[in-house]
Design a protein around this ligand. Structure first.
Ligand SMILES: Cc1cc2nc3c(=O)[nH]c(=O)nc-3n(C[C@H](O)[C@H](O)[C@H](O)COP(=O)(O)O)c2cc1C
Length: 473
């Protein structure tokens, strides 16, 4: 490097530092002003006053009922767009580390990718430094509908980094973060957190939620489990507490409930029990991106099973490639989990094939297996009364049912942690439900879904029916 180049580099460095210091100063001043306002009893700053209330904003984005959760490494743009095609009405990004997002352009560029159809969108941040979270949020406020603070992550990394669920007791700090963002962003600030249980669980849950709402949060998403209820300690989500919370905040801010959603039946039951404004799914919709529309594509009306969804995801991933290939592979693993359980060869294929294009071989494999199974069913059907006397399309429809209800493929990723004889995600089976009983229930649900589909298609052209049932699906 020549002397001139060295001097220029050092000048750029100084300039960057000075800009950063100036920005920091500005943010500190805003932060102090917001804190002062709060101390003076002015709960809402003038900027908040000009903003829409939580419900006005919520209505403005279409009063979404079906929400896709923020998911680290899994909320890539391609996946978000696929979920939208199947009924998701509000989607989050994964949580971004606020410090890195605020400071590192490379991190921002590689992690936050969006497009015009990617709305309504909430961008989530994790962190504890109010100024840094605000700085990070400023970069995305024009590309999203709200900014969310992660107050629910229970992982060790969140404890070490002082964010997520480990901020649940730091009420003053939370108040500072939320009010600073609410006062300085052009979009609302929302929070996603958990509940407390135990003798004073309700009081602590309400105090936390009140703190967030009083500081200016426009919407709360509450995961109906405690910080300790993770991994193998997961229990049924507490929908009763969510219902009480909804009643408590009635008319003040929208409440989104989270936890315990495997299928559309759960969604309906959860909304009925909790009366919440919307329901958020994470693991359920991760395995089945078609969850919110019962696997019916909103625009074309086609039904997509796990294999077709995987293929459509791979198309999306090719269009909107995520930064890490492990993201794509991980989606494929979850969507095809039920086949992976039975086929070591498929697991190998997922591990061996690295690119989006190469991963298509996995769905080809499953289709081959399905074809073989169908041929076996057809062979058996000659002596099977199920097919006797039916029309061709009815028989084809029965085939599709057979395809979906095949008990060999009932072990879902969602239920992978169920210890034998218990059901942590139960909505109606209660404690003591066995995986076998759940599989039976799943089978019934799938049969019902097929019936719904058949009703929808009644009277429609044979060509469409043929297209749906006779070939690969
Ligand atoms: C793969 C994965 C990644 C997650 N990442 C986040 C995250 O970035 N931010 C967050 O608030 N929660 C995260 N969560 C938690 C979910 O958003 C959700 O609260 C939790 O899984 C409970 O919902 P469920 O019962 O529908 O799975 C993640 C969950 C999963 C399975």
């Amino acid at each position: 490097m020549t002397d001139d180049e060295k001097e220029a580099a050092s000048f750029r460095k100084m300039e960057k530092k000075a800009t950063h210091r100036a920005m920091q100063k500005e943010l500190d001043a805003t932060r102090r002003a917001a804190a002062e306002q709060r101390l003076n009893g002015a709960a809402e700053s003038s900027v908040i006053a000009e903003k829409k209330t939580g419900y006005e904003w919520f209505r403005n984005i279409g009063s979404p009922k079906f929400v896709v959760a923020p998911m680290v490494d899994q909320s890539d743009l391609g996946y978000r767009m696929l979920c939208r095609e199947y009924g998701a009405q509000l989607v989050y990004t994964q949580m971004f580390n606020a410090g890195m997002f605020a400071e590192q352009e490379q991190y921002r560029v590689k992690e936050f990718v969006t497009c015009s159809g990617d709305r309504p969108l909430i961008v989530q941040f994790a962190g504890h430094d109010p100024a840094l979270i605000l700085k990070a949020a400023k970069f995305v406020e024009k590309d999203c509908d709200a900014v969310d603070i992660n107050l629910g992550c229970p992982q060790g990394i969140a404890k070490r980094g002082r964010y997520g669920a480990f901020l649940m007791e730091e009420l003053d700090l939370l108040s500072e973060i939320v009010s600073l963002l609410a006062a300085n962003l052009s979009v609302p600030v929302t929070c996603k957190t958990r509940i407390y249980k135990g003798p004073d669980g309700w009081e602590r849950t309400v105090k936390l939620a009140e703190t967030l709402v009083n500081a200016g949060a426009s919407m709360l998403t509450i995961h109906g489990r405690t910080r300790e209820e993770k991994g193998h300690h997961v229990t049924a989500a507490d929908w009763q507490t969510l219902r009480r919370l909804k009643e408590h905040f009635k008319g003040r801010v929208p409440i989104v409930c989270n936890g315990g959603i495997f299928d559309m039946g759960d969604v309906e039951e959860c909304l009925r029990i909790t009366q919440c404004d919307a329901v958020m799914s994470s693991e359920g919709v991760l395995e089945n991106p078609g969850l919110f529309s019962r696997n019916i594509h909103l625009q074309t009306g086609h039904y997509a099973n796990q294999v077709r969804l995987t293929e459509e995801y791979l198309d999306m991933a090719a269009k909107y490639p995520p930064w890490h290939m492990k993201t794509v592979r991980s989606h494929v693993q979850k969507m095809l989990y039920r086949y992976c359980v039975k086929h070591q060869a498929l697991r190998d294929l997922i591990n061996e094939n690295v690119s989006t294009e190469e991963l298509r071989v996995c769905t080809e494999y499953v289709r081959t297996v399905q074809q073989r199974d169908r041929e076996k069913v057809k062979g058996d059907s000659h002596s099977n009364s199920v097919f006797a006397g039916t029309t061709t399309s009815q028989a084809a429809s029965s085939e599709a049912v057979n395809d979906h209800v095949d008990e060999k493929y009932m072990e879902t990723w969602y239920h992978r942690h169920w210890p034998a004889g218990s059901n942590p995600h139960a909505r109606e089976f209660g404690a003591g439900c066995t995986p076998q009983a759940a599989a039976e229930k799943n089978k019934q649900i799938l049969i019902q879904e097929e019936e719904i589909l058949a009703t929808r298609l009644e009277g429609e052209e044979d060509g469409l029916l043929g297209g749906l049932f006779s070939c690969e699906y």
